[in-house]
Design a protein around this ligand. Structure first.
Ligand SMILES: C[S@@+](CC[C@H](N)C(=O)[O-])C[C@H]1O[C@@H](n2cnc3c(N)ncnc32)[C@H](O)[C@@H]1O
Length: 302
């Protein structure tokens, strides 16, 4: 996979060293995301398919997808912009990009390329018409830096949209399991390894609006999208997913041997709560809620 450094958008100095968060995505989260791809892609897609038809993307546009993961939104955007347009997907995780490249090739989509890079450090300076991110910006340790880089990747007058989770109370698919696990295990300490601030770091409208203003955006709009998401094909799948990924997974992982010692009790409590959730054709679903935040890169630039 070509790195952003090799692609020439940075001066020819030594390549940047991965941050602790980028190492965490590659070393810890990648195998778990690959294992539970069937849940994650379904869940995340429900929040983008509601807005995709409304995105200001036209045939011929050049689009950047930040934190593109397995590349399914980048692929969808490449189809919208068509052969006259181009999409670049960028992510910091090698395994996700490798999977994305396989899908791109199988789909025979030629106007899409993937780059390996850290959006907080640099993004391609190619003056894109539109910059998109689905559930990626919440992991920026320095959100203003990442959001500013996204704005600088836009042409003057170009727009961006990023999708982030709203507050935990409106996302029981992530928060319920954490509350249960915390009945048995301590909260992670300050030294816990993480992938960044986490899924709810951009839930507060006022805070994110301020960050985006500081990053130089104008015409900042918030749209709420609610959707039921799959949490597992069955109860076992749902429990394994919750103990591997997300806020409950973090508590469980950080507790180490203590967690293993209490695994049976924790799994029983999770199974009990999971059985009470709604059933759908493909498994168990729970409510979730996101913000679609869109904004303009002012024509004057900053
Ligand atoms: C929850 S996943 C979402 C993936 C994809 N956008 C989707 O909706 O399926 C978050 C993604 O952001 C990427 N990511 C996190 N921090 C990043 C950073 N600083 N630079 C680039 N990618 C980042 C992760 O590797 C991961 O693929």
């Amino acid at each position: 996979m070509t790195s952003l450094h090799e692609a020439g958008s940075r001066p020819p100095t030594a390549p940047p060293v991965d941050t602790e968060y980028v190492r965490f995505w590659n070393e810890v989260l990648a195998p778990k995301f690959i294992r539970f791809r069937h849940i994650l892609v379904d869940g995340l897609t429900r929040h983008s398919e509601a807005v995709f038809p409304k995105l200001p993307v036209r045939p011929g546009d050049r689009v950047l997808d930040v934190g593109c993961g397995f590349g399914d939104t980048a692929l969808a955007l490449a189809r919208i912009v068509g052969p006259e347009g181009e999409v670049v997907g960028i992510d910091c995780c090698d395994a996700f990009l490798a999977a994305a490249e396989v899908d791109r090739e199988q789909a025979g989509v030629e106007n899409l390329r993937f780059l390996r890079g850290d959006a907080e450090i640099a993004l391609p300076e190619e003056r894109f018409d539109f910059v998109f991110a689905r559930f990626g910006t919440m992991f920026f340790a320095n959100p203003v830096a990442g959001l500013r880089n996204m704005r600088r990747a836009l042409r003057p007058g170009g727009r961006m949209a990023h999708i982030v989770w709203r507050e935990p109370a409106d996302n029981p698919w992530l928060s319920m399991a954490k509350e249960i696990v915390l009945r048995y295990l301590p909260a992670p300490g300050d030294g816990a390894r993480t992938c960044g601030p986490g899924p709810f770091s951009m839930a507060d409208e006022e805070t994110v609006r301020k960050m985006m203003e500081i990053a130089g955006y104008e015409d900042i709009r918030f749209e709420r999208v609610d959707a039921p998401v799959l949490i597992g094909h069955d109860v076992r799948d749902a429990i394994e997913f919750q103990l591997a990924i997300g806020p409950a997974g973090e508590v469980f992982r950080e507790a180490g041997d203590r967690a293993e010692a209490r695994r049976a009790e924790i799994e029983a409590a999770l199974a009990d709560a999971t059985r009470r959730q709604a059933a759908a054709a493909d498994g168990i679903v729970m409510p979730s809620s996101s913000w679609v935040i869109s904004a303009l890169n002012p024509a004057a630039g900053l």
